[in-house]
Design a protein around this ligand. Structure first.
Ligand code: SF4
Length: 319
């Protein structure tokens, strides 16, 4: 569905309202899982920016059952917002990095009344056909939508090596093509200001994501966590972080090259301030979001403005 709302980009909350007929809330679920990039399977030490608690931080303890976590969060949100529909969001670490039988058990536990969607965050090298076929059965039998969030961060495979991602671009392409065979949503996480990436990489990010038919994206700015490899590099002055103005410019340029059909979950992450050396230029995430939106208005910019490069651009004049 193209961007028909009043914003200059395809806003996730409005997309959810169109899809489910009302506001839908995410319930984070924390599983006792780790990551193959930490336990030596594909790498050791993890991505150089990743703190011990994994990529998410707003979770209940993973010692609580899935059912308990859902019930507790659902009750709280239901009372606070009079909410009726929820997404069970498996957020932390790599949620498909589990034996298939364990994964099945956790997913089925999340199929509870008022859960309309199950969202699973993972790495491109941790999804395969067996997991996808199982999820498709769940979709059909339980009547829930499935969305899969893939951490990528950048399409620049040289930068993927520098951040010790443990996979390259090819694994990401493979994962998206496999997921696309099912009626699932894909969401890709990107960091638009990795120190080694330029505006050229930002544009290529938008073009590759659009060409692959990804359905949703989530943008984050880089935050630097204490006691990580990146934290040490930052303290030694091995790299600098682009200015907030440059980040805003990168986001707007990214959106202009992005297909207008892609839903934008976030323009900037809500990062924790504890244990960090640098977060969002000491500015609230929503102030940065507002500045991006104001700047888009000012420049008469919109998502997809420069989305003219697919389907044989050079021969368009003859067809
Ligand atoms: S893939 Fe995610 S959880 Fe694993 S090391 Fe990287 S950021 Fe951390």
């Amino acid at each position: 569905m193209t961007n028909t709302n009043d914003k200059r980009y395809n806003v996730y909350s409005q997309y959810l309202k169109r899809k489910y007929g009302e506001k839908v809330y995410k319930l984070p679920i924390n599983l006792p899982v780790t990551c193959p990039n930490r336990d030596g399977t594909t790498g050791c030490g993890g991505c150089i920016f990743c703190g011990e608690e994994g990529a998410g931080f707003e979770n209940l303890s993973n010692e609580l059952s899935v059912q308990h976590q859902i019930d507790r969060n659902m009750q709280y949100i239901r009372e606070k917002y009079n909410a009726h529909k929820f997404i069970a969001y498996f957020q932390n670490f790599t949620n498909t990095y589990l034996p298939l039988e364990d994964f099945k058990k956790y997913i089925l536990e999340a199929c509870r009344p008022n859960i309309v969607e199950i969202s699973i965050s993972t790495r491109p090298d941790c999804i395969n056909d067996a997991y996808l076929h199982f999820l498709n059965e769940v979709r059909k039998k339980q009547g829930v939508e499935i969305s899969i969030e893939l951490g990528l961060q950048t399409v620049n495979y040289h930068s993927l090596t520098k951040i010790n991602r443990g996979h390259s671009l090819a694994e990401f392409i493979d994962a998206v093509l496999r997921i696309n065979r099912f009626p699932f949503e894909t969401c890709v996480h990107l960091i638009l200001n990795l120190p080694w990436d330029t505006m050229e990489d930002v544009i290529e990010n938008a073009k590759v994501i659009s060409a692959l038919g990804v359905k949703q994206i989530k943008l984050h700015s880089l935050y630097i966590v204490k006691n990580t490899v990146m934290g040490e590099m930052y303290q030694k002055g091995d790299f600098s972080i682009v200015s907030l103005e440059e980040y805003i410019d990168r986001v707007i340029t990214f959106l202009e090259y992005l297909s207008p059909d892609i839903v934008v979950q976030r323009l900037i992450g809500r990062a924790p301030e504890e244990n960090t050396l640098f977060v969002n230029w000491n500015t609230s995430w929503w102030k940065i979001r507002d500045r991006i939106e104001e700047e888009m208005e000012h420049k008469d910019s919109r998502q997809g403005k420069k989305f003219d490069y697919l389907n044989g651009k050079a021969v368009k004049k003859w067809t």
